[in-house]
Every structure is written in structure tokens, then in C-alpha cells.
Design a protein around this ligand. Structure first.
Ligand code: PHE
Length: 481
């Protein structure tokens, strides 16, 4: 059964995909990874991967959605039938839906921190505070399972309500208000950073590169980040692509998404590092950059509490516009497959992902280092879930590239892309050779790093593989009858 839903306008897919792409990845992860990995060199690798690997896969993933006009799982099943390829490719849909579910569980917890800081900023409780107080405040937040659960719950309910209202009334209309407001706020924060901070230091930190500064680990993180930030390989783009107008251009839209997403990351980086350097703070603080270093910078600056509050509203908005794109692929599947109503499907997805999110909540306190879980698995549950998604994501991307590049018939793809011969050839080359090589490289390098995780990881892959193989076998035998 197809959903027959299409976005209201030709350009709505672009809006929705930008909403999905721009999120915590741009505002929180990109700046801190850049800070930890020495600035410019990291950005260079990141940008190269976005253009040589990210865009081609983005085009492929959107195309799979639009061509099937179904949720990722049902869509892949449909494509394997219409294109007469192995049913095993359906695993792309399953991998995507699983990753979306896993990512939502921790994404919502971290977005919840922004809720806490919005509140703290706007009530002025951090005004004039020193480094110690702010650091202690962040530690106290993480140490409280109750508070973390409260924020996580509020955030996921808000996301669920939007998706539950449907793609037009819920997703489209909220994005139409949210996205322009977010861009305005980002520019306000940038202007504030330029006026009160050290813009020169930020620009030279971000844009002077010395490739020797970048470790192998940094290379991998840069490539991983470029997937995460474009929302690739997780069914989100495929689910949104299913509603894309047939008239919109795949190539132009994908390039526009990548450019806007990269620009937002750069502007956020410039704004954040202007403030950080202006307050004489260190850029390499890791994940605490946004929640410790930045509040400290705001605490010292004029109108810091107000601008800080507005900044965290930006973070929240960007996170919600991404989290709704994580709910959609799974909810749409439940609607198509089990004939649930949309609110029922969203409810099921959100409750399950919320419950899994509790594991992330306790990873910072009850089950942190020193607990039995940590002793058994060598990491926190949050690190484990994040690691799984870091494996599924490139794997999903790899399979999408291989499917689009090798399994689909070129003439069909050419028809869907409706672009010039040259563009098509370039895209096809990237998707057949360059993207799979780059992604495999990232993927293979992650495996040895996961040492103690090798066995659970292989276990998970074997289960997915066996499932896919089982389905292939079942379909083939049922086709023979
Ligand atoms: N791209 C989002 C970000 O940068 C995260 C995300 C990943 C959203 C995958 C949807 C799917 O924050």
C-alpha cells in the first residue's frame, strides 16, 4: 500500500530535508569536533567528504524514496520487486529504521539538556557565574536521572505531537515557521559574537589548516560527521523523499541541502568560537563545549543571559526539526504495514524510543563508570548505542550507494534523475566507486577501535544479515510456487 502523500510545494522537500540535516550535529557536534581536532584541517576533510561522498549518496537516498513513494522498509521491498533485484536489499530499509530508532533515543536526551539551559539562561540563573559554578551545574544535571528523564520526556513528546499531526499540518507547517526563525537567530548570535567576542581568532582557527594536525581518528570523525550531519543512511531522507514532488530536481536539491547544512555549521562554528576566544576559553572542551564553555562566555558578556537563552532556543528548534525526521520513517512504516492510524504509529515509535532513551539517561549517573553495566560492557549504554549507530550509518550509506550504483538499471535511474549525461556519469562514478571506497574505509577503521565490541557488533550484523537472507529465501521460494 502506498501513502500517496506528497508535500504541498515543489520546494517543501528541500525545507524538510534542511530541517532534518540542520541539528545538534551542526550546532553541538561539529564545533566541538572541530575544536578537538585542531580546526581547519578537520573542516577540509569534512567538506571534501560532504561533496564527494555525501551529495552522491544524498541524491541516491532521495531517489529511492521518491521512486518507491513508500516508507524506507516497504519502499526497499517494493524496489527489489520492481527492479527484480535480490530481496536482501530490503536490509537498507531495516538498517535505516533501526538507526533512526536508536538515534532518536539519545538525541532526545541531549536535546533535553538544551531545554535545561534555555530555562537557566532565560531565568538569569547563570548570570555572572564563574567556571566552577557552571561546570558544577552541568555535572549536577548529568548526575540527576530525574531531571534528565523529565527533559527527555518533554522533548520527545513535542516531537511526537508534530509528527502525529501529519506531514502537512504537523511537519510542514511547523518547519515553515521554525526554519526561517532559526536562521534569523543564528545570524543574531553571529552578530553578537562579532560585537562581543574575537571573530578574528575564530576565523583563523576554523580556516587555517595544517593537514598534519589531523590524526587518523580525526579523519574518521570528519567523515562520520559528514554522514551524520546530512542525515544519511537512516531512512530519514528516504522517508521525506517519498513525499517529494516529481518535478523537483534531485541533483539541485541535494546540492542545496549540502550547502545550507555546511553553511549553518560554519556560521555556528564562527559564532561559538568568537564567543569562546573572546572570553579567553579553550576550544577543545569536547561535548561540554556548548553546555559549559559557551554558558560561561555568555555569563561574562553584556545581555549574555538573553542572547544565551535565544541561542539555546535555536538549539532546541534545530533539534526538533531533526528528531521529527527520525520518527517519520518508522511511523510511516507502522502505518503502511500494520494499518495503524498515524497517531497510533507515532505513539508506538515514541514510547519505545523514549524507553530506550532511559538507558542513555542512566549512562551519565546510575550506570556510569564503576557500575555493573560499565564493568560488563566496558562502556556506558549511551556509548554503546552511539557506537552501533556509527556503524549502521556508514553501512546504510554504503548499501544505498551500492544499490543505486550497481543494482538499479542505469536507464531507470537516468529517467528519475532527469539530468544531463555529464552529471549523470559523474554521479554514477561517485556512487559506484568513490562513495563505497570511502565509506568502507571509514567502516573498516572503526572496527578495530571497537575492540571489546567486536563480538556484539558482528552479532548484530549477523542478525541483520540472517534476517535479510531469510526474507530473500522466503520470497524466492514463495515466488517459485
Ligand atoms: N542531521 C542531524 C543533525 O545534524 C541528525 C540526524 C541524523 C537527523 C540522522 C536525522 C537523521 O543533527
Amino acid at each position: 500500500m502506498s501513502t500517496h502523500n506528497v508535500w504541498t510545494h515543489k520546494g517543501t522537500f528541500l525545507l524538510a530535508a534542511v530541517g532534518s540535516a540542520v541539528g545538534l550535529g551542526n550546532l553541538w557536534r561539529f564545533p566541538y569536533l572541530t575544536g578537538e581536532n585542531g580546526g581547519g584541517a578537520f573542516i577540509l576533510v569534512y567538506a571534501l567528504t560532504i561533496f564527494a561522498v555525501g551529495i552522491p549518496i544524498l541524491i541516491a537516498e532521495t531517489m529511492l524514496g521518491r521512486n518507491s513513494r513508500r516508507s524506507p522498509i516497504m519502499g526497499m521491498r517494493h524496489l527489489t520487486v520492481t527492479h527484480r533485484t535480490s530481496r536482501a536489499w530490503e536490509s537498507i530499509g531495516w538498517l535505516g529504521a533501526t538507526s533512526a530508532f536508536l538515534i532518536l533515543s539519545f538525541y532526545s536526551v541531549i536535546a533535553g539538556w538544551a531545554l535545561h539551559y534555555t530555562w537557566q539562561m532565560l531565568t538569569g540563573s547563570l548570570a555572572g557565574a564563574d567556571a566552577e559554578t557552571i561546570g558544577a551545574g552541568f555535572d549536577a544535571l548529568l548526575a540527576s536521572p530525574g531531571l534528565l528523564t523529565l527533559y527527555h520526556t518533554l522533548f520527545i513528546i513535542a516531537s511526537g505531537l508534530i509528527v502525529g499531526m501529519g506531514i502537512h499540518k504537523g511537519i510542514e507547517s511547523s518547519l515553515r515557521i521554525m526554519m526561517p526563525s532559526l536562521f534569523v537567530i543564528l545570524l543574531v548570535v553571529l552578530a553578537y559574537g562579532i560585537a562581543n567576542g574575537d571573530f578574528g581568532a575564530a576565523a583563523s582557527f576554523l580556516f587555517t589548516f595544517n593537514i598534519a594536525d589531523l590524526s587518523l581518528e580525526g579523519w574518521l570523525q570528519a567523515m562520520g560527521q559528514s554522514f551524520f550531519t546530512l542525515s544519511l543512511g537512516m531512512g530519514a531522507i528516504m522517508a521525506y523523499g517519498a513525499y517529494m514532488s516529481s518535478e523537483a530536481s534531485l541533483t539541485r536539491t541535494a546540492i542545496a541541502i549540502a550547502i545550507v547544512d555546511t553553511a549553518v555549521a560554519m556560521v555556528a562554528g564562527l559564532a561559538i568560537f568568537s564567543l569562546v576566544f573572546g572570553a579567553d576559553l579553550a576550544p577543545g572542551q569536547g561535548p561540554g563545549l556548548m553546555f559549559v564553555t559557551l554558558p560561561l562566555a555568555f555569563a561574562e558578556m553584556p545581555f549574555g543571559a538573553l542572547i544565551g537563552g535565544v541561542f539555546f532556543i535555536l538549539v532546541l528548534g534545530a533539534a526538533i526539526s531533526s528528531s521529527i525526521s527520525l520518527i517519520e520513517p518508522v511511523a510511516a512504516y507502522l502505518v503502511e504495514r500494520f494499518d495503524l492510524t498515524r497517531p497510533q504509529a507515532v505513539f508506538a515509535m515514541v514510547v519505545a524510543s523514549w524507553a530506550l532513551g532511559l538507558l542513555t539517561v542512566v549512562s551519565f549517573n546510575l550506570w556510569a563508570e564503576g557500575s555493573l553495566f560499565h564493568a560488563l560492557f566496558g562502556r556506558s549504554a549511551f556509548d554503546f548505542i552511539e557506537l552501533l549507530t556509527n556503524i549502521f550509518m556508514p553501512l546504510g550509506g554504503l548499501l544505498i550507494a551500492l544499490f543505486a550504483g550497481w543494482a538499479l538499471t542505469p536507464s531507470e535511474v537516468m529517467k528519475e534523475m532527469r539530468t544531463s549525461e555529464t552529471w549523470f556519469t559523474a554521479w554514477r562514478f561517485l556512487v559506484r566507486f568513490v562513495a563505497p571506497a570511502a565509506v568502507s574505509f571509514v567502516f573498516l577503521r572503526t572496527i578495530p577501535q571497537v575492540d571489546g565490541y567486536l563480538i556484539p557488533t558482528i552479532g548484530a550484523l549477523v542478525i541483520v544479515g540472517a534476517f535479510a537472507a531469510g526474507r530473500t529465501f522466503l520470497t524466492e521460494s514463495s515466488q517459485e510456487q
